[in-house]
Design a protein around this ligand. Sequence first.
Ligand code: IPM
Ligand code: MN
Length: 352
Amino acid sequence: MHKIAVVAGDGTGPEVTAEAVKVLKTAAEKFDFKVETTDLDYGGDRYLKTGEVLPDGAVEGLRQYDSILLGAIGHPDVKPGILEKGILLHLRFELDLYINLRPVKLYPGVETPLTDKGPEHIDFVVVRENTEGLYAGAGGFLKKGTPDEIAVQESINTRKGVERCLRYAFEFTRKRNQEKTLTLCGKTNVLTYAFDLWERAFNEIGEADYSDIKRDYAHVDATCMWMVKNPEWFDVIVTDNMFGDIITDLGAMIQGGMGIAAGGNINPESVSMFEPIGGSAPKYTGKGVINPMAAISACQMMLSHLGEDAAAAKVEQAIVHVMSKKLKSMNAGKMGYSTAEVGDLVAEEVAR
Ligand code: IPM
Ligand code: MN
């Protein structure tokens, strides 16, 4: 029995999450395992009603589940930062979800803005550190609001945090068994403390325990260039929190858009959280036009994480089938189907 907490969240989150849950339940039936989903109302509406972003005990409560499926966080009536920090980042930190795993895979039939590139070129995974770096919240103001104001925002990189992320990335590269190349994306030419630590740890760990994995290095700016020019060069990329945030938006674009990009916030030893990486897209709320594929892909990643490999493979095949054979476009309002119809198509294919 897999116990899943469903945090549908804000904007179009509930619409896309409903389709992911539909596919999850269909997969459970087809592959003969049990799932129990529990809806949790964390998000902007709850915050506006109660004044609290998360109720007392929310984090402890979430630890009792096998996985969390998240829709989207971000509400037009709530000041930017409150919900992101109070819910999404808070859960990443408190549940110690130290890996943000973001596959960048172009499926057949999906349009990419990169001319001359196809599914054979765009298939890599970004392993983003998810609890440290510039996101750690270190820093502050001096003389705020005066002409002499100083704002400092520091990047925190601990040997422990960097090392566990690198080890995860090496193991992942080994298991993925493709080019067996792990690229460290950094900025060793300028950020000479933070990425010195990353680079030393990368080489030490790689040399000692992962001699079967080829190590590569690219500065973050060059990584952006290669992702556009030669995405086929990448197998697995490992990087810090901020760079990972930025390059995975670029990754989402080259794989066909925010409507289909998914990610996992992972703690390999504890509960993990899976999410479509696009936002809550408030302008499309309730219209039934948003693409639920990213949420369905997040569900597929969750199934794989839960050890339901056959179900995960089937869901992926169904996603590919529907995207390449049915949908006219991956963009909201242009799919040729409603949000729920897309979910139905995927569920039908899973059940077949
Ligand atoms: C993401 C998002 C978040 C991040 C925001 C919403 C805090 O952009 O998951 O990539 O910066 O990590
Ligand atoms: Mn982001």
